[in-house]
Design a protein. Sequence first.
Length: 298
Amino acid sequence: MTTSLCLKCGILKGGALNECPSCEHAPLDWQAATAFTDHYLTESELGQLGRAIQILSKVDVDDETRYQAFVYFVARKWPKILEYGIEEVDSELATILDSIYRTHLVSLPSQQSLQLRSPEWEDESWLHAGTSEFQIEEDAWKEGISNIVQYGLNTAHAVVTLKIEIGEGAVLQKLAWRTRNAINHTDFSAAAQRIDPLIADSAEYKRLVKRYQAPVVNGWSGQSKKRSAYLGGTYVRLEEMAKLCGRLIRHKAGIESLIPLEVERVKQELKFSYATYISLVELVLCPEKITCSTTEGD
Ligand SMILES: [Zn+2]
């Protein structure tokens, strides 16, 4: 059974999402709950983090601030667990968190290694969820995945169409474009106006994917978790594509000026983003291509 850290009282307990036998706290945030388990950290590391929670439990602040202070501590001393942008926290709270950190937690040990343990689901329960209850939820989830991918593909298609229209397609498309452009000059400014809504669509796709990833839990099969991870990769690539295409168009429209070397780099990156996006989409849609040993290429 998974050993996890109770984020309220700091003891080690069995199961990531189970109620704590000591303080009865039941985790609501599964991502946070699963991050602090022996899937990723050794028991001794979990124990060290538990110490911080126990110290914080005696600090006279409300529960929310206490939790934030723990997160702040983890980000400072254990950055391998969590990325945390202190600049996103409002400055008053940031001052409070920093002062709690300096007064109570600064002397606690930090991470000793950069590596997280690789999660057990990498090699365990690959095709089937942990229990039949999980299996039902998981099956429903799998059915909806192609709709979400389709939304992204529509945006990707529109980006690629625009890319061809500005003369950056593949060889044959470029040739056709040159012929057309000799007759009717491409209106790059008009194209530049069409890229912004596509960048917005790619951001919307990111929000949709993140919402879709939220119910994925530890009891599900490794395959679904991997699909969810690849789905996450698709929004990163799609956003990248839309932004890179935007730079290229703005350059051609004379709005943003790139030096020739940069133009080449943007084109190469765009090509790479698109290729990666397509292979991730394939993996999400055809999970039989995913194997246990598949690791992300970059
Ligand atoms: Zn507890």
